[in-house]
Design a protein around this ligand. Sequence first.
Ligand SMILES: [Zn+2]
Length: 451
Amino acid sequence: MSKVDLIIKNGKVYTSAGFQNLDVAVTEDKIASITMPGRIQNADRTIDADGKYVLPGIIDFHTHIREPGFTHKEDFETGTRAAAAGGVTMVCPQPPVNPVPNTVENYRNEIELGKRKALVDFNPSANPLLYEEGWVPKLAAEGAVCFKVFQYAMADGTINTAHLFEAFKEIAKTGMYCSIHPSDHFFLNEAPQKMRKLGLPMTLENYAFLVFTHEEVAGAAYEIYFLAKKAKMKWYALHCFFPSYIDLVRWAKTEKEIDVVASCEVMSGIYSPAQVYDVKRREWFEVGKHDTISDIEKTWAAINDGTIDFLTTDHAPHLREEYKVPPHYVSGFPILEWYGHILLNEVNKGNISLERLVEVTSTNGAKIFGFYPRKGAILPGADADLIICDLDREWTITSQRVYTKCQINPYHDQKIKGKVTHTILRGKVIMEEGEVIGEPGYGKFIAPLKR
Ligand SMILES: [Zn+2]
């Protein structure tokens, strides 16, 4: 057998038939072969994965990289360095940047920034709001993997329901998915008044507890569902972690008239801000907003029964001083660099099997968005995007070294079991034992193979 660049030997390798003891050989940026242990000896580098698992690299379809426009929070280099640290080999940067990727020029500009600075592969989501000027099909032709829009005016421009429906009809012609953040502007605007009425201190924590409620999200999601179906647009149901919203998606998936996929954002869903803030406010409300624990259990059930197709991070970095009181609030937290590790901890807690974790963090999304089998597969000829995982490692997350620019670590001091020990992107080790050794500019823009 001729010499290869890298062998990962003795690992339990993810295959479509489950985990098997195999060696993975890599030549240049591709997987060359997967063989019985010991068959290939001649390699420039050997990694012994004895006792560990070898999985496809994690693909994150919802990442806030913040570049261009908000690079004080994060940029392509810092954000993708955090990605590499967390076992993520590809990210889909989200459109709330400035300028918004709603024209070909803006989209290409964002790609150029990524090509210069990213450590991992990427495909920015495009914004459809200039549909009237004909940009939707042009952005599709650029290789955008999906569109993303908020239901109401937020960071990405002004929209109303009628505009949204027109945009959906344009997107439908491209055959692409559109991910929509379900929200009802009226509920959001009422929240501060409600807080005054209840005598609640006007803090961000209290505001966050009042907005993004079941009532708001489920009503908003039904509107999206109905309009997407009418427009014959493929619906990417974003933020699918409210029981009533999950029920809607579960039912919509039984219908022939609509193509729907759903994601749960781990930062805002399973590790909800309500948990991160750790503030006991439930007694203030007649009807508790979240029955947080049972909501999370129901979300895991939907992840495991296939209602939710894939997980994303919703990595949403902000500077500490930006977490102010409403209406000048920001929401979300960074998560990327702890992502793979905390998910392995969830496997150890029994919330999800390792096989299902691979599906929802890599394989399913790669198939849905047309990257498979180049991405999301451990197969000969696929990109050698791999993570090596030690499920038995017990360790404590600290803030000694934080890669995300804002330096906030919501997981500080958490004891977990499970660690991604290596992140490998297209044959190159870019993270080893927490040390990111990838280079800015190695990350590539990846267009889908098909749609
Ligand atoms: Zn987001």
